[in-house]
Each structure stands twice: as C-alpha cells, then as structure tokens.
Design a protein around this ligand. Structure first.
Ligand code: ADP
Length: 401
C-alpha cells in the first residue's frame, strides 16, 4: 500500500476550498441578483411613484454591481443621482417599455475592476422591469385622474338633477298660481249675472294679466328647449340699440311704478349694432324684469354708452343683491338663488336664455353684485360701425367708464 501523499491531499483540499469560496460567492451574487429582480418586481405591483421606482433601481443597482455612484435620466426631464468627476468605468443601459424609450440608467466606477457582460445583462433586466413599473404608474395615474373626473361629473349630474327637480316644482307653482286666479275670476264673472260692468272689466283685466304671465313662462320653456336643441332662430340686422332699450324700458315702466321704484334710462352714447331686435328685447326684458322683481325700494337705472368698439347697456338696481358664491351659477339653466324658499316668481330660465342670446350676438354679459346693496348686469355688444364721435374727433368715447 502506498502511503497517502499528504502534501498532494493538502493541495487538493486548498484548491477545493478556493473552489467552494468562489461557488459561495457566485451563489451569493446570484441570490442578490434574484433578490434585486424580485424587489423591483414588487415595486411594479406596488405601483410606486416614478421617483420611488428610480430611487430603488439606482440604489440597488449600485449596491449589487458594486458601483461607486450612478444616475437616472428620464426623457421627461426627471433626473436622479450624480456623475462623478473621474470616471474609471461606466455602464449605461436604456429604460424602455412598449411605447419606446423612457430614459437611461448609468452606473459609474466599479469597485475593484470593470463592469462585466454579466453586470450588463443584470442591469438590462432591471431597466426592463423599471420600464414596466413606470408604465404601470402612468396607467394608474391616468385611471386615478379619470376616476376623479368621473366623480366630478357625477357630482355635477347630481346638482343638475336637483336643479331640475327644483325647476319642476317652481314651474308647477308658477303655472298653478295664475291658473287658479284665471279660473277664480272667470268663474265669479260666470256665476254673477248682475255683476256691474266696471267690476267685470277689472276682473277681465286681471285674467288678461295672469294669462300674460302664463304665456311668458310657457314661451321661456319653449325657448329653452329650442336653445338646447340649437333650433333658436335669429333675425340679425343693423339696429339702433337705444330704440330697443327705450321700448323695453317703456314697456316695463308700469311694473316699476307698481313698486314705486324710480326707473330711469340714461343714454350716454347712441350706437348701431347688429342684432335681432325681438330676441335682444327679450334679454333686456329679463334683466330689467329681474332688477324690478328683486328690488323693493330705491331705483333701477338703465345706461347705454360706447366703450372702445363695444356698445354697453347696464341695468343697475338697488335691490337685494346676489351672494358672491352664487354669482357664477345664476346663468345656468334652472338655477335660482332662492330655490329653497319660493317667495318670488321665476323659473330660473331667464338668465340662461339671456346669456345664450347675448352669445349669439358675439357679445358678453357681466354681473357685479353686493348683498343688500344691489346688482348691475352689463351687456356688451360689438359695434356695427365705429362711433361717429370717435371718427370725427379721434377721441375715445367715455374713456373713464
Ligand atoms: P328667475 O326666473 O328665477 O328670475 P333668472 O334666470 O332670471 O331666473 O335668474 C336666476 C336667479 O338669479 C334668480 O332666481 C335670482 O335669484 C338671481 N337674480 C337675477 N337677477 C337678479 C337681480 N337683479 N337681483 C337679485 N337677484 C337676481
């Protein structure tokens, strides 16, 4: 039997130990790599923000590839990390997803050597996962904002639904009151054969007034449905604005008289504009009618002037005013400040029609109001031709209004 060669055995043992150490190191590396890919995979499921994904990728890549530092540059301008002053070694790979290039991840200065092909393979796998994570995040953000938009639309629909319910109750109320009055006075006349002609005439007058109220409401409802279906017709022609304003002021003076309100028309500048006189009269009737309706004492003043290339008509009252937080809603269909307590006549359709008609005339309407002090509605229309004064003198009309 030959004696075991101790030296040879020792040599083999040492070689095996080195092999085992190398294998252990390799296993450890593989474990770290799998762990890294797993963590990145988790970040995809967690739908982290782009910043969180990039931080995770950069931190782990530097650690596992034994890089001194690194940086991520996304195409949308986002950057993370630094570029060292002295670069000994560098490895850079693109971050991509199904839609294309999103940015780059770069690691610098590998400790004890250079980056290997295996390092590149690993960082490419990581960059691919980062691309998916970033895309997931983009999709989730899109879903979140779509969801928020849907919630907002849903709230709007609910508010509209509430306004429509209020509208139905307002309209029923508005139709019932004059109808009851018409029925009552007509029945009284019919039943009383000996009613003096003077009283009969008075009752017929009331029936006439109440029928007018009914036809205003019904016409508003018909107009709003024409407006909503885009079938409202306009007969626009060159017109003297003050003629239309004067006519409406004259027509509604009787309502102001009944409430002993001082109604005045101040014509500062005359103006020629392109308008449909009937439709524009409807605008003024609504605005002036509201001013009188919502004013219990004081005055209602209508002023017409020219400003630049616009003709302006302001209807100013000293009435109850409109709360500031409701000003942006009053031009919406069915909206009424006093929807909760029905104390004044109205359907909430008037200002919606007003704005639609003004829009058709390429004009604008503005409102200023203070609760307890009054409101001013100003309609601005483009002039059909420049004001005569401006042509003659070159001066701007009413520069300080
Ligand atoms: P309504 O038929 O109720 O008058 P409108 O659309 O004309 O409907 O007006 C909407 C709401 O705006 C009114 O219900 C009222 O609350 C408010 N409003 C309009 N004009 C005035 C005004 N001159 N003064 C105070 N409130 C006003």
């Amino acid at each position: 039997m030959t004696e075991p060669n101790l030296a040879a055995l020792e040599e083999r043992l040492a070689a095996s130990q080195i092999e085992i150490e190398a294998l252990t190191q390799e296993t450890l590396n593989l474990y770290r790599q799998v762990n890294l890919l797993y963590r990145i995979g988790e970040s995809i499921n967690a739908c982290l923000s782009p910043t969180d994904v990039c931080q995770l990728v950069l931190r782990e890549c530097c650690k596992i590839l034994r890089a001194a530092t690194g940086r991520i540059d996304l195409d949308d301008g986002f950057t993370l990390g630094t570029t060292p002053e002295n670069i000994d070694s560098q490895l850079s790979v693109p971050i991509e997803n199904a839609h294309g290039h999103l940015g780059d991840v770069t690691v610098y200065n590998k400790k004890n050597g250079f980056f290997s092909a295996a390092d590149e393979k690993l960082i490419r796998a990581v960059a691919r996962q980062a691309g998916i994570a970033l895309e997931n995040n983009r999709l989730i953000q899109g879903l979140i904002s779509k969801n928020q938009e849907l919630e907002r639309l849903n709230d709007e629909l609910k508010a509209l639904d509430q306004m429509k319910s209020d509208f139905v109750s307002n309209v029923s109320h508005e139709l019932r009151t004059p109808l009851a009055s018409i029925k009552g006075f007509a029945a009284t006349i019919l039943l009383d054969d000996e009613m003096p002609a003077e009283i009969q005439r008075e009752f017929v007058g009331i029936i006439n007034d109440e029928s007018d109220k009914l036809s205003v409401i019904i016409n508003d409802i018909l107009d709003i449905s024409k407006m909503m279906s885009g079938h409202m017709k306009f007969d626009v022609r060159p017109s003297r604005l003050e003629s239309v304003v004067q006519e409406v002021v004259k027509l509604l003076a009787v309502l102001a008289d009944k409430k002993t309100l001082n109604l005045e028309f101040q014509l500062v500048d005359s103006a020629e504009v392109m308008l449909d006189p009937t439709r524009f009269a409807q605008v003024l009737k609504n605005l002036l009618g509201n001013a009188i309706k919502f004013t219990d004492e004081g005055a209602v003043t209508v002023t017409q002037w020219v400003e630049g290339d616009e003709a302006c008509v302001a209807i100013e009252d000293t009435g109850e005013g409109i709360p500031e937080d409701q000003l942006s809603y009053i031009f919406e269909k069915f909206y009424r400040v006093e929807n909760v307590v029905h104390t004044k006549e109205g359907t909430g359709l008037g200002l919606a029609l007003v704005r639609n008609i003004v829009d058709h005339h390429q004009g604008r309407i503005e409102v200023r109001s203070r609760v307890g002090e009054g409101s001013t509605f100003t309609v601005r229309l483009p002039l059909a031709r420049p004001p005569i004064e401006a042509e003659d003198t070159g001066a701007e009309a009413n520069p300080d209004r």
